[in-house]
Design a protein around this ligand. Structure first.
Ligand code: CMC
Length: 379
């Protein structure tokens, strides 16, 4: 096999596709603009991390206050977008990721900077989208649940407001912090499939909303962001299997025999574990222990699955595995897990789209042709 054929069949594994100053992902560490992920999860808020990613540096107190003010000012979404939500959110075939993608695309038409790739315009658009995406998710869930729209609450920070708009209930400080940390963990991850999609679109000098809509479509798949929903569905399947008299070991033996991909496990880059998974697992389990045995059960099943995967396949969980159990324990409907991932990753996508535009060259690789040799139409 030639070198290019090998690259193609390996899904570009191990290939550097360009330079970036936004994030460093490797076996040993995960850095957002030089700050390590455990440091950020412990000491920063999502708003601070969003500023760091979008602007490039940690904000000082005044910069943070202004950024938060700007996020607050842009939380509302146009009535026309709420109408689109009403038309799409309850369609039987509409996954919330599809509805969110449609809304992001539609919102471009209301954005005064829509066509501009000027850095200041792009920062304004990125800030607006960061503010608006939680509102789309919240209103969408209100419509699905048949309750009145819950308007954004200016007294609540970004993460707490997201949870509040979805449920109509103000979260506790612990619940808000768990969502906040999950948003920090999900915010950025260098040239993952969705970010790379966004950069390819931006590389044609197309606009930010279009690049983000493409990135949402890429994130939806179960091999990428959709894995957090799929992981929880798998845990529910194991729970039902146990209820019928089976064990986690039996389930896993069958899954291995069927060569089934276990959702929330494995990673293209991390072969010795995902830096983010342990952080979220610890937070989720601590919260579940306060809620009681019905909540802890998921983490107990999860621990067994993780042990068997590690012992028998040497495959570690990625961040989507604890995310599924944690969001479930928080009472978040499963189909909204990947949209919440979008509410975080919008900041990383936007940072990459701006970086691409500011130092652009069209992204256009080669394909190694494997079709028929040249032939005549009128042979
Ligand atoms: N369950 C069972 N076996 C697995 C899994 C898994 N989740 N992941 C990898 N393997 C096996 C795979 O079958 C292969 O075995 P063999 O060499 O015997 O054929 C070996 O490990 C190497 O896997 P691969 O498919 O070549 O790895 P990849 O780099 O192409 O895929 C992945 C990475 C994330 C797509 C894959 O691990 C997977 O499908 N995981 C499940 C979906 C998932 O959790 N995705 C979330 C990714 S990380 C966070 C995010 O983006 O949201």
């Amino acid at each position: 096999m030639s070198a290019t054929a090998e690259l193609k069949s390996s899904g570009l594994e191990g290939v550097s596709a360009g330079k970036s100053a936004v994030c460093c992902v490797d076996q040993g560490t995960l850095l957002y603009r030089g700050y390590e992920i455990a440091d950020l999860a412990k000491n920063a808020t999502f708003e601070e991390v969003a500023y760091l990613l979008l602007v490039g540096e940690k904000p000082n107190a005044t910069q943070l206050a202004n950024f938060k003010k700007s996020l607050l000012a842009h939380r509302e979404i146009p009535d026309d977008v709420v109408d689109i939500l009403r038309q799409t959110a309850t369609q039987p075939n509409a996954h919330p990721m599809d509805v969110l993608r449609t809304c992001i695309s539609y919102m471009a038409h209301f954005d005064p900077d829509c066509q501009s790739i000027d850095p200041e315009a792009e920062l304004r658009k990125s800030t607006r989208l960061t503010a608006q995406i939680p509102t789309i998710i919240g209103h969408m869930q209100n419509i699905i649940d048949g309750r009145d729209i819950v308007k954004p609450d200016p007294s609540l920070d970004h993460a707490a407001n997201l949870l509040y708009m979805m449920t109509g209930r103000k979260p506790s400080a612990e619940e808000a912090r768990i969502i906040d940390v999950s948003l920090i963990l999900y915010a950025e991850h260098d040239f993952n499939a969705s970010t790379f999609t966004g950069r390819v679109i931006a590389g044609t000098l197309s606009d930010l909303h279009g690049a983000v809509a493409g990135a949402v479509a890429a994130l939806k798949g179960p091999l990428h962001g959709g894995a957090n929903e799929a992981a929880m569905e798998m845990l529910k399947e194991i729970d039902q299997f146990i209820a019928k008299g089976g064990t986690v070991d039996d389930f896993m033996t069958r899954a291995f025999a069927e060569k089934r991909k276990l959702m929330g496990f494995g990673h293209r880059v991390y072969k010795n574990g995902d830096h983010r998974a342990g952080i979220l697992n610890a937070l989720g389990r601590a919260y579940a222990e306060k809620k009681g045995p019905d909540a802890v059960k998921w983490f107990d099943i999860g621990d067994k699955v993780q042990k068997i995967m590690l012992d028998q396949k040497n495959i570690f969980p990625n961040v989507d595995f604890p995310c599924g159990m944690t969001y479930f324990t928080l009472g978040i409907p499963v189909p909204q897990y990947t949209p919440i991932f979008v509410a975080a990753r919008i900041t990383g996508w936007a940072a990459h789209i701006m970086e691409q535009h500011q130092n652009n060259r069209l992204i256009r690789p080669l394909a190694e042709y494997t079709g028929p040799a040249q032939r005549k139409w009128n042979a």
